[in-house]
Design a protein around this ligand. Structure first.
Ligand code: FE
Ligand code: FE
Ligand code: ZN
Length: 274
């Protein structure tokens, strides 16, 4: 059975997210670990987590893809922003252990003028200072559209980071269809080639999750504007091929499309029929 869900609001806690997911026909979901614009995280309510874990088991909800706040930039030119990002990362990784064996996805970062190589080095250093041997969470680098000075537009950049992480079994990649399309990978006409390229450069064994989004923009636009499934420039047919592709179909798919509950439930139902 397809493992699919969408991004859910986290303000009412874990159990509420589990119930929300089931209501939408989802068996996984994504959520922000804290306010996406940054700041302090709510303390973990252990009773709520315990209730959620029981509920998730009973309803086969698994492979959550938590999302780091957008303000987390491990390669900003400003040292205080890098430090703030690293503290959020470390705090989030501790909190993720309340829900063991799930995924934590983050945007590698924007180098803000320092250059790609410096940025990559800073991301590597922050990760090596933050991942810990006992963690059960797999941290995922998200493929990016290449907006501004974003790192992670190319598979080569992601490989360079992955290749230098000491605890290499704790890290992988989350593929965002809108981002790679806008990043220049033509998943409409060359999905097999794109996945082969991913395999040669990064290795498909490092791919743990997919953000399933249509895009408002054409190939290589580097803008990062998500669209509802079938209403953007990638289109429903190509996205159907993504969810049914033999090397992808067993991964968790997360919708980050501009939708309300009704829209998400409809997209989930549509893709389950793919
Ligand atoms: Fe993201
Ligand atoms: Fe995404
Ligand atoms: Zn995006």
């Amino acid at each position: 059975m397809l493992r699919i869900g969408c991004h859910l609001p986290s303000s009412k806690g874990y159990l509420a997210m589990g119930k929300h997911a089931v209501k939408l026909g989802a068996n996984t979901f994504a959520f922000f670990t804290r306010n996406p614009r940054g700041g302090a995280a709510k303390p973990i309510d252990e009773m709520d987590v315990k209730a959620f874990l029981d509920y998730a088991k009973a309803h086969d909800i698994d492979r959550l893809v938590a999302h780091a706040p957008y303000t987390m930039n491990l390669c900003s030119a400003k040292p205080e922003i890098r430090q703030f990002g690293k503290e959020m990362l470390q705090d989030d990784l501790r909190r993720m252990e309340y829900t063991p064996n799930q995924y934590y996805n983050f945007h590698p970062g924007s180098h803000t003028g320092q250059g790609v190589e410096t940025g990559i080095r800073q991301i590597i250093d922050a990760l090596n200072e933050s991942l810990f041997p006992e963690q059960s969470t797999t941290v995922l680098l998200e493929t990016m559209a290449g907006k501004g000075s974003e790192i992670g537009r190319s598979f080569e950049e992601l490989h360079e980071i992955l290749d230098s992480i000491t605890l290499s079994e704790k890290i992988g990649v989350c593929l965002d269809t809108c981002h790679i399309w806008e990043g220049g990978y033509d998943i409409i006409h060359n999905l097999d080639d794109v996945l082969n390229e991913f395999d040669h450069i990064i290795g498909l064994s490092r791919l743990y999750a997919v953000h399933l989004n249509d895009s408002m923009n054409p190939l290589s636009a580097h803008k990062d504007r998500h669209q509802k499934i079938g209403q953007g420039q990638i289109g429903a047919e190509a996205l159907r091929h993504v969810v049914t592709h033999p090397v992808l179909r067993d991964l968790p798919f997360i919708l980050e499309t501009p939708n309300d509950d009704e829209g998400y439930a409809a997209e989930i139902a549509l893709l389950r029929k793919a």
